[in-house]
Design a protein around this ligand. Structure first.
Ligand code: NAD
Length: 354
């Protein structure tokens, strides 16, 4: 197949990790006879430096006219003045908005050879395989904000439409997995959570009756994620709870550098990015772990291009490379030799091509 993929390297280690993911996608194209066209565009601090805007019109046009978008990360100390009028993160928030990306998917799966990388006990995390589905464009992050000298307010609101559409994404994913959804809310306190419960129950009962639904309060979910992570299949939640719980869940795997994400909307143009940031402390040294971005590229193949075989091939190649001892600095234990980003990319590519 032919596909156009916009690549937004962004700042810091962003271009280093997207560079490796693009090489992996090129290997997939060669191995499975596809034609992928890559279009590079600017976002974040790099875009502010060149045009004054964190999301220039040319970048929006490139993303809108492509089949999928692969992103590195945005931000860094150079643009971190809190009083600045334009900030790199605005580019990412605006991109999610213009592409209508309301569902954020973060798979968290532990791997036998990597259990030591997590700060948690191996016997607790072994076998954990969770798909977190976070609502991405509603809730308190997008509600009305007011501020006076002595008072500040952030309004949390959700509509039934916003809850319905993200529930459908979770239902569809659950059907391809273990058919179990834990919906996380704070229904004992929040009105938005009570609406959330009602709508999630209705949509799943009507459209995904085979899926087993469990409600869980967010405070209990925070505990159970660490106490019995293997009991979760799909975890569905609203924007702010999802923001917090996904970072917590990432610790099951150990390194931020290993985890991918996808943001999906009504169209097939999805946005795929690692969950980590621009890591200014290691930028420019060629030592960043590209696996999270490579696994994001696998999600791109699956969700935007419907290339399931190719997506699985990339995921298996990463797993096999890690199982064979591939370690970048972030996951190399004391006394273990670490490889750089390029060598990590090569280790994945050679397994795809073999
Ligand atoms: P970070 O994720 O960039 O880094 C946290 C720590 O993890 C650092 O020590 C870093 O070296 C390490 N790390 C992260 N990714 C790694 C990788 N692939 N390989 C090896 N080590 C890795 O978070 P931070 O330091 O809090 O933020 C740095 C900048 O990134 C800030 O400007 C922040 O706003 C931005 N940020 C952007 C995004 C995004 O673009 N989606 C997300 C989070 C943070």
């Amino acid at each position: 197949m032919k596909a156009k993929i916009t690549v937004l390297g962004g700042d810091g280690i962003g271009p280093e990790v997207t560079g490796e993911a693009v090489r992996v996608l090129e290997a997939v194209a060669a191995r499975y006879a596809h034609e992928f066209e890559f279009v590079e565009a600017l976002i974040g601090g790099a875009a502010i430096d060149s045009s004054g805007s964190p999301l220039p019109p040319r970048t929006i046009d490139a993303c809108r006219s492509s089949d999928a978008v692969l992103l590195g990360a945005v931000g860094g100390p150079k643009w971190s003045d809190p009083s600045a009028r334009v900030r790199p993160e605005q580019g990412l928030l605006e991109l999610r908005r213009v592409l209508g990306l309301f569902a954020n998917l973060r798979p968290v799966r532990t791997q036998a050879e990597m259990l030591e990388a997590s700060p948690l006990k191996p016997e607790v995390i072994a076998g954990a395989d969770i798909m977190v589905v976070r609502e991405l464009t509603g809730g308190i992050y997008f509600g009305r904000k007011t501020r006076t000298a002595h008072e500040a307010e952030d309004v949390c609101s959700y509509t039934t439409t916003e809850i319905e559409r993200v529930t459908r994404v979770a239902g569809r994913l659950a059907m391809g997995r273990r058919k179990h959804i834990v919906s996380v809310d704070k229904a004992n306190v929040l009105e938005t959570s009570r609406l959330w419960r009602t709508v999630v129950e209705r949509v799943l009962a009507e459209e995904y009756p085979e899926v087993q639904l469990e409600h869980m309060l967010v405070d209990a979910a925070a505990m159970h994620l660490l106490r019995r992570p293997t009991s979760f299949d799909v975890l569905l939640t609203e924007n702010m709870f999802g923001d917090i719980l996904t970072d917590e869940a990432s610790m099951l795997v150990g390194s931020l550098g290993l985890l991918p994400s996808a943001s999906l909307g009504d169209t097939s143009v999805g946005l795929y990015e690692p969950i980590h940031g621009s890591a200014p402390d290691i930028a420019g040294r060629g030592i960043a772990n590209p696996c999270g971005t490579i696994l994001s590229a696998a999600m791109l193949l699956r969700h935007s291009l419907s290339l399931e075989t190719e997506a699985t091939a990339v995921e298996n190649a990463v797993s096999a490379a890690l199982a064979a001892g591939l370690r970048t600095a972030d996951i190399a234990g004391p006394g273990t030799a670490a490889v750089g980003s390029r060598a990590a990319g090569d280790a994945v590519i050679s397994r795809i091509l073999s």
